[in-house]
Design a protein around this ligand. Structure first.
Ligand SMILES: *Cc1c(COP(=O)(O)O)cnc(C)c1O
Length: 394
């Protein structure tokens, strides 16, 4: 059976009533026949049938044994880090999601957990950063916003040799394109706010583990700390996941068409998209994923904030907003939005130049999206570099 068919039929029909849609069990507690004797549910923080259905669906999607649904992507990350104890170390991808960076450096450092950030697109750097205290390697691939690719299988081997866990934040690729547990990772997390939900209408996170342990410990942490996903949001997320394969396929095709268009545009300098053969991580992305996703970033030849702002304020279909992964296309300017707290020097070193623009491609017709970019790019200044070139030639 093909994966899409399998996914749609992994969403069960309600055994009690035959309802084709998963029922929303909007309840806090469950009646017990005698103390401790119940139908598998006692209190809804610990377990809720709607959430449990969602958790089984995501576990199957990622080929894991245990799925756990959280109230946000960051709550999911937090629960994974709680597997560690004071004195343990984490080696993490250097252009990590900003919220994860804040959690690692401003919260967990206080509890004696040390983090080293390295360029994980080079597995040697991961290897060199390990110490006997390293308990967790943290990857994102592709990363935000320059879509850097790390070799999951190569880093999984390093993690296994060191007996530390490898966790992959799979938000950008989605399980339709990339399945880290199949490549040797131990844990996958998602900000389900993005592609899994897919409609920009909820905040949610999921963890999936390959083995029942550490799944059981993360589930224990969730019950102990309390960041569960509510029944209605669990239902919304199930509803989003039903169309995930279709959405991701269409979005990936559109994103490739847009990246190819941008590459030929005279005002565009660099285009970052793993599907382009010119992208640094293209070969690895091709090997470890079934497609390249919906995020495209590009810089302008006139590499200034003003130039980028002229473009992002003139798109009509691409809405100017943070976040990604929804059906409506979004555009953002990382230097003044998601990455504004990073000092300019550090930001530039990570490839986030002043004019870098990030697109989250949605489900509009790709021709309309290209048309929109074409008209917005007319507002970008004529390229300074080209001008210099011409004057030198004369
Ligand atoms: C958005 C995001 C998160 C955080 O998820 P929330 O649902 O906003 O808490 C984590 N990782 C990545 C890659 C993200 O894009």
């Amino acid at each position: 059976m093909q994966a899409t068919t399998q996914l749609i039929h992994s969403i069960p029909v309600d055994p009690l009533t035959g309802a084709v849609s998963v029922p929303i069990y909007q309840t806090s507690t469950f009646v017990q026949d005698a103390p401790g004797v119940h139908k598998g549910y006692d209190y809804a923080r610990t377990n809720n049938p709607t959430r449990e259905t969602l958790e089984k669906i995501v576990a199957q999607l990622e080929h894991g044994t245990t799925g756990i649904a959280f109230s946000s992507g960051l709550a999911a990350i937090d629960a994974v880090v709680k597997l560690l104890k004071a004195g343990d170390e984490i080696v993490a991808v250097d252009d990590i999601y900003g919220g994860a960076y804040r959690l690692f450096t401003q919260v967990y450092r206080q509890f004696g957990i040390t983090v080293r950030f390295v360029d994980t697109s080079d597995p040697i750097q991961v290897f060199n950063a390990l110490t006997p205290k390293t308990r967790l390697i943290w990857l994102e691939t592709p990363t935000n916003p320059t879509l850097k690719i790390s070799d999951i299988a190569a880093i999984a081997k390093i993690a296994r040799a060191q007996r530390c866990l490898l966790c992959v934040d799979n938000t950008f690729a989605s399980p339709i394109l990339q399945q880290p547990l199949q490549l040797g990772a131990d844990i996958v997390i998602h900000s389900a706010t993005k592609y899994l939900g897919g409609h920009s209408d909820l905040i949610a996170g999921v963890v999936v583990t390959k083995d029942p342990e550490p799944g059981a410990r993360i589930k224990f942490m969730q019950n102990a700390s309390g960041a569960i996903l509510a029944p209605f949001d669990s239902w919304l997320l199930i509803r989003g996941i039903e169309t995930l394969p279709l959405r991701v396929r269409q979005i990936s095709n559109s994103a490739l068409a847009i990246a190819t268009y941008l590459q030929r545009h005279p005002k565009v300098d660099k285009v970052y998209y793993p599907g382009l053969t010119t992208h640094a991580g293209h070969e690895i992305a091709k090997r470890q994923s079934k497609g390249y996703g919906g995020i495209v970033s590009f810089s302008l030849k006139t590499d200034t904030e003003q130039a980028a702002k002229a473009v992002v304020t003139h798109t009509r279909l691409f809405l100017l907003a943070e976040s990604l992964g929804g059906i409506k296309s979004l555009v953002s300017h990382p230097a003044t939005m998601t990455h504004k707290t990073i000092p300019a020097e550090k930001r530039h070193a990570a490839g986030v130049s002043d004019s870098l623009i990030r697109l989250s491609v949605g489900l509009e017709d790709p021709e309309d999206l290209i048309q929109d970019l074409s008209q917005a790019l007319t507002y970008a200044p004529e390229t300074i570099k080209q001008f210099h070139h011409q004057t030198i030639k004369q």
